[in-house]
Design a protein around this ligand. Structure first.
Ligand SMILES: Nc1ncnc2c1ncn2[C@@H]1O[C@H](COP(=O)(O)OP(=O)(O)OP(=O)(O)O)[C@@H](O)[C@H]1O
Length: 562
């Protein structure tokens, strides 16, 4: 597969493996006849990452066991020093960067801080937060903000709607732009004044635009130009002109457009200090592999002199901080973080630990060998941390031709005002909208065939309540934040539990109530049962009778909850 092999990496579907590591691992695996290592990795790679399925007894587990001492007992490996190996030197044989090990100090992170000022953010930023009504940080923000402020690379994993965007945006704004800490030494370290200081990548235009709005909100109207969106589907030359004219410090965009403009030499990111990959597991998928590779190779990497003082383009220094974010972090992300980040930490709502210590071997040590129940428990731990705990899940059985009508009855029964219905194919999606509209329910379609303008108009209408049911596909499954959304319906089954988690996570955001209903045919029930096991949440069967949701599977519901 010559086209897939880059000098440093071998890209596989959905994962990036350092080539050196692969050849070393594969030869030893073969010589020892140890094929099990690889099959184990394969099994792991699509499972969401949790400390539990990586073989760690998390502080989260301990605290749930002993709720009374919930926060006092949280003590984690929390490194207080910046990584000493921020300077990475790529050897001339282009093998992996040489890393200097750092000593980790044990300390406790300010989990569940009661105010943003406890987290070391500069006062102008705290003022802006207060003006925008953000007063108390969420758990994942309490853990991530100090970690990033201390210059650590990080993988942030926390359930959908838990505030991961601000968890990385706030430390960036503390060091970049008009709200930054004035003592920040960043200016001297970065290159020219026109250089971009932070690049944030997201897999969809909608998500990228949403992040831009969040950053703009904090910057305030007078500083909007500090951030610029670079998304596909919009006029590229206009974006390039805006870059030249406004000289933004932060760009947020989709992988294709960022890579395109960067390849054209119109985006100066070599002096960039922050690279964020939001929805990182999606960004590492096959679809984006070339663009993400380019971004990882170029952002924050300046050519420099080699140790002998001679100019050598193969010797580079990486000054950037790499931050990877998602509610679901399969093991492929751990591998990618190890390749591309510098001593990265895994940041979750209640723990911060070095990613380096997580290995498939560690998983195996704690993984029970024969009990399938224990495997299910591990899955349960996994999804507890990617799904909002307050969500309610149900499924109901309907014939294919009655699904849309069932959706309509479901909306009335739950009196849902803002509904996202997921389907897998665009044509059926249009039919569903047509049927709903014909029966007097305000509905609209959102999918990739629509232009950028069409997509944002529909989203605006949905957010403002003019559209009650948004019928969409995976495009809207990740990251989309519509706090009012009170019901998610799967009109078609999601492909796996990770897709289920992201779809479901469009409702019940930041502690709000939310319901997820999967409408399936009789022949698909076994898939729902499988999802229920993998997700570790009860999904009882229900019916919509006389305008009410009736749970018809109480016994099994109780069993699943145990
Ligand atoms: N500290 C806070 N106080 C109040 N609201 C907050 C706070 N932090 C974030 N929010 C709001 O919570 C909502 C969800 O945040 P966000 O979109 O960052 O979640 P997320 O964890 O990234 O979700 P997903 O995994 O689905 O992308 C947003 O509307 C955001 O403005």
């Amino acid at each position: 597969m010559p086209s897939l092999v880059s000098p440093r990496l071998l890209f596989l579907v959905g994962e990036i493996i350092p080539l050196k590591k692969l050849s070393r691992g594969s030869s030893s695996a073969l010589s020892q006849g140890s094929v099990r290592f690889f099959s184990r990795v394969d099994r792991q790679k699509n499972a969401p990452l949790t400390l539990a399925n990586l073989g760690f007894n998390t502080e989260f587990e301990k605290t749930t066991k002993n709720k009374r001492n919930k926060l006092e007992n949280v003590k984690v490996n929390y490194p207080t020093e910046a990584p000493k190996s921020r300077e990475k030197v790529a050897a001339s044989d282009k093998s992996r960067a040489v890393r200097v090990k750092k000593t980790l100090e044990i300390d406790s992170a300010p989990f569940a801080a009661t105010s943003f000022s406890e987290l070391g953010l500069p006062s102008p930023l705290i003022e802006r937060l207060e003006m925008e009504g953000f007063n108390v940080p969420t758990d994942v923000q309490s853990a991530a903000i100090p970690t990033i402020l201390k210059n650590h690379d990080a993988v942030i994993q926390s359930y959908t709607g838990s505030g991961k965007t601000l968890a990385y945006v706030l430390p960036i704004l503390s060091k970049v732009g008009p709200l930054k800490d004035k003592s920040s030494s960043g200016d001297k370290e970065t290159g020219k004044k026109t250089d971009i200081e932070a690049v944030i990548v997201a897999p969809s235009r909608e998500l990228a635009m949403q992040i831009v709005r969040e950053v703009e909100k904090l910057l305030g109207p007078e500083n909007k130009r500090v951030v610029q969106q670079l998304v596909g589907g919009a006029n590229r030359s206009r974006q390039e002109e805006a870059l030249k004219k406004n000289k933004p410090l932060i760009v947020v965009g989709t992988p294709g457009r960022i890579a395109e403009i960067s390849a054209a030499g119109k985006l100066q990111t070599h002096g960039c200090r922050f690279l964020v990959l939001d929805e990182v597991d999606e960004l590492l998928s096959f679809n984006f592999r070339q663009e993400i590779h380019r971004i990882l190779e170029h952002v924050g990497r300046r050519s420099g002199a080699d140790p002998q003082g001679q100019k050598n383009l193969l010797v580079k220094s990486a000054d950037r901080q790499t931050i990877m974010v998602s509610a679901t972090v399969p093991f492929s992300v751990v591998r990618a973080a190890r390749s591309w980040a510098c001593d990265p930490l895994l940041v979750q709502a209640k723990s911060v630990i070095p990613l380096e210590s997580l290995t498939p071997g560690t998983v195996n040590l704690s993984r029970p060998t024969s009990s399938s129940n224990s495997d299910l428990n591990l899955q349960h731990q996994a999804t507890v941390q990617s799904l909002p705990p307050a969500l309610k899940h149900y499924y109901c059985v309907a014939r294919l031709q009655h699904k849309v009508d069932t959706l309509r009855r479901c909306v009335y029964a739950l009196d849902a005002q803002s509904v996202i219905a997921f389907m897998n194919h665009t044509r059926q999606l249009k039919d569903a909208v047509f049927k709903l509209e014909a029966r007097g329910m305000k509905a609209a379609e959102l999918h990739g065939d629509l232009g950028k303008l069409g997509r944002s108009t529909i989203l605006k209408k949905f957010k403002s309540g003019q559209v009650r049911v948004l019928v969409t596909n995976e495009l809207a499954a990740r990251g989309l934040d519509v706090p009012e959304c009170d019901l998610v319906v799967n009109l078609d089954l999601p492909t796996d539990s990770i897709h289920y988690a992201h779809r479901a996570g469009r409702t019940g955001r930041l502690g709000r109530k939310g319901t997820v209903v999967t409408i399936c045919e009789e022949s698909e029930v076994f898939v729902v049962k499988k999802l229920q096991k993998q997700l570790g949440v009860p999904i009882p069967v229900c019916e919509f009778t006389e305008g009410k949701l009736i749970v018809t599977d109480k016994e099994k519901h109780a069993e699943a909850s145990r």
